[in-house]
Design a protein around this ligand. Structure first.
Ligand SMILES: [Zn+2]
Ligand SMILES: [Zn+2]
Length: 417
């Protein structure tokens, strides 16, 4: 089971509208631009085939960012697959008339005339508490509060028993909390940074995520730019076209960044060929091995460092992603024969590691040094890293070190600036 987040934004954002594709056949809130996003999810399929795999559409409410691409879905369906199979549509009362009006406005008369919704579609109008079975899914409609607009949230019981929910747009209300309390995963609109009468907000949303940790995975949705900027320094934010594997226990960890940082590693493919060897001005790095993620350990590239005359003088590795490991031991580890410590070899090697990290979309690397190590300190300063904090290790977290260091300096290195 997979869920593709087609968009994390709403109207007025660079990111696309909050739409979703569940497996390959269920679309939730086909807002404007969502069909284009859908087409990006699988390049191998011809465009019309991709749309024709949709056989259920859920519409939360009639705002453009939630249903304006319906004419294109209906048009493709009407000329393609629907000759044999019906498209099921669930939406607020009046959904058929709304779609009819929209199709008249959006597409040619010739195409519009072909769309016979009575013939090609099964249309259900939502009401509060209404339950609908579709294939192996069981769907419950929940009336929410989007000020003057009727908005239905949908709770979908998946064949694996989990409940996946979509709020659409709602402010905080009893039914919204009912959905949070009774879902395993919920895409919850967190439009603004302030409380408003039509939407939920990111500040309360992050508090809710903390409160429900371990009980319900709350994924922020429908974020404005302010809301997104607020969230991105605090949580591991979903991105447009991100895919979640719903069969895993925790499909994606949206927990707070500081404790511990998300392990983004699980979906990362290391590229051994591309990063096999680097000839730098003062040394050569040869990939000795890659490590795949396991438990708390992040995936990593591990290099041997040679002089330009091919003498082995040390090792360096860069781990990809962030989690509790990167915050304790850092992303880059190295050993280097003492006589080379004051040479530019480490600097060059660190820069090379940062390029690898950047290619995996990382913008920050953590470096952990001993306060006694003046070479490491100078190196961090030379790289432009900033001292983030001193960490003191008690007996309990000493496992992070085989060294006797009880304190470490943790540096934050912004790469690519
Ligand atoms: Zn709305
Ligand atoms: Zn909206």
């Amino acid at each position: 089971m997979k869920l593709t987040i087609l968009g994390t934004g709403c109207a007025w954002t660079k990111r696309e509208c909050a739409s979703y594709l569940l497996n390959d056949n269920i679309m939730i809130d086909p807002g404007y631009g969502s069909v284009k996003q859908l087409l990006k999810t699988n390049d191998q399929l011809l465009h019309h085939e991709k749309i024709e795999t949709i056989d259920l559409v859920l519409i939360t409410h009639f705002h453009s960012d939630h249903y304006f691409d319906m004419p294109y879905i209906l048009q493709k369906e009407a000329t393609g697959k629907l000759k044999n199979k019906k498209l099921t549509i669930i939406g607020p009362p009046g959904v058929k008339q709304k779609l009819d009006m929209l199709c008249q406005l959006a597409i040619s008369k010739h195409s519009y005339d072909k769309i016979d919704m009575d013939k090609y579609c099964n249309i259900y109008e939502a009401s509060d508490g209404k339950e609908i079975d579709f294939q192996n899914y069981h769907i419950k409609c929940v009336l929410l509060d989007h000020r003057d607009t009727v908005n239905y949230g949908y709770m979908i019981k998946l064949p694996n028993g989990k409940i996946l929910s979509f709020t659409g747009d709602t402010t905080n209300c009893d039914n919204m909390m009912y959905m949070v309390n009774n879902s395993d995963i919920i895409l919850l609109n967190m439009a603004n940074t302030k409380k408003d009468r039509a939407h939920y907000n990111i500040i309360d949303g992050i508090e809710l995520m903390k409160q429900y940790k371990g009980r319900c995975i709350i994924i922020p949705a429908h974020m404005t730019s302010e809301s997104y900027d607020y969230a991105k320094t605090r949580i591991n934010i979903p991105k447009d076209l991100m895919q979640l594997d719903l069969d895993k226990d925790v499909p994606y960890d949206f927990e707070l960044k500081e404790k511990p940082i998300l392990n983004v590693a699980q979906d990362i493919m290391l590229d051994e060929k591309r990063f096999a060897e680097f000839k730098l001005p003062h040394c050569i790095l040869k990939l000795r091995e890659t490590i795949s993620s396991k438990g708390i350990s992040l995936p990593a590239y591990c290099y041997d460092i040679y002089t330009t005359r091919h003498k082995l003088i040390g090792t360096i590795s860069v781990s990809i992603g962030y989690n509790v490991e990167s915050t304790y031991v850092g992303n880059i580890l190295y050993t280097l024969n003492e006589e080379y410590l004051d040479k530019p070899i480490l600097y060059e090697s660190f820069i090379q590691m940062s390029k690898i990290a950047q290619s995996h979309n990382m913008d920050t690397l953590y470096i952990s040094t001993s306060p006694k190590d003046k070479y490491a300190k100078n190196l961090c300063i030379q790289l432009g890293a900033k001292l983030k904090e001193m960490r003191y290790f008690s007996e309990r977290n000493r496992i992070w070190y085989n060294l006797n260091d009880q304190e470490r300096c943790i540096w934050t290195w912004k790469i690519g600036e």
